[in-house]
Each structure stands twice: as structure tokens, then as C-alpha cells.
Write a protein that binds this ligand. Sequence first.
Ligand code: B16
Ligand code: MG
Length: 218
Amino acid sequence: MADTAIQAVIFDLDGVLTDTAEYHYLAWQELADAEGLPFDRRANEALRGVSRADSLRLLLDGREVAEDDFARMMASKNERYVELLADMSPSDLLPGAVELIDACRDRGLAVAIGSSSKNAPRVIAALGIADRFDVVADGTIVEVAKPAPDLFLAAARDLGVDPESCAVIEDAAAGVDAALAAGMLAVGIGPHERVGNGHLVFPTTADVDLAAVLAARV
Ligand code: B16
Ligand code: MG
């Protein structure tokens, strides 16, 4: 066990600071219906925190499609998702989200976004929180998505902080696994069945005990 103090907090976006899961679900459901693919809310749970391309692979469930069709389906889902984001505002922040970000900043911690979403900059702008982050690492900056550690390692590099001095706050199993693979403190948000691999687990963002996070070690 290292004895390095936490110097930075990397926030996942969807599911931690805002709940866009419903919009992702609606957009995937429309695509699935249009393509005659079986899909429902239950199946959507497996897509939490998973990149757009990996989500479509899960949706296709082994069905082979031409490269062009794959690209068309991803574009169609994203077009609908972006439409659904149009009405997003600061009222879509999850309870406790801004308070937690500001508590980190007040304690002198560096703060970053580490989101698989290529739409992350658009979402944080709509939420009115873009200027609170030192670094925004999103799905456009890495080739390999969560559960690979690449996105969180890129955020740490851009913050100038060693991975073992970073805490990651994540709502998805893939994100918790990515944080662990990066050698970071993994803080899971949600049920133990989903994020129980994390070093610490809290039911919601509003429940995060920052003092407990800062007292924990990787
Ligand atoms: P996009 P996170 C993830 O965001 C979402 O949880 C996941 O449902 C989505 O497929 C992924 O971003 C990619 O999003 O299609 O907008 O690039 O939880 O990592 O903040
Ligand atoms: Mg998430």
C-alpha cells in the first residue's frame, strides 16, 4: 500500500455529475427499433460508462454489419442523443455535484473530468460547470475506452499529478475497473453489485464523504 496523499479528483460525468443515462437509453432504443434489434431498459444498464462504439457492439450482440452501416448507426444514435441534450441546463446537475466539486477546489485539490463521452464538453457547458475544471479528458482523446486506464492516465498527466495521488469518482463498473487499472483510488457511486470493486462506495454523489476519500490510500 502506497502512502501518497490524494492531490486530484477525477470526476466521471454521466451518472456522477448528471444523469444523461435516460437520454442515451432513448437514443439507443430508437436505433434498436429502427434496426429491428432487441433492446430494453434492462439491456441498457450494460452500456453504462461504455463508449459509443463498444455500446453498439453490445447492442448488435455478435451480428455482423458492414463498416459503413456501423458508422451510420453510431452517427444516427449520436444525432438523436445530441437533440435530446438541447434542453439541458444547470437544473440537470445531480444533487451534491457542485458542492462536491467546490469542496475539492476549496481544499486545493486539482479537479478534472474523465468521461468516455465525446459530448462531455457540450454537456458540462450546458450544466454551467465548465470553468470549474482544470482538465477535461473526454472520449475524443484516447483510442482505447474504459475499462482501459488510458483516459484517466491522460487526465492525470494533463493535471501533472501521479496516478496514485488521484481519486476517481465513477458510477460504472467499467469506470471503476479503469481507475483500478490506472493505479488510482476508485470511488464507486451506486449499488455494490455494480461498483463494489471500488476502494470506497457511496450510494449517490450527495453521499460522498470527501474526508473519507482523502483519508483513503491506493
Ligand atoms: P458519447 P461517462 C459515457 O459517459 C456514458 O455513460 C455512456 O453511456 C456513453 O455511451 C459514453 O459516455 C459515450 O458517450 O456517445 O456521448 O461519446 O459515464 O464516461 O461520463
Ligand atoms: Mg458514468
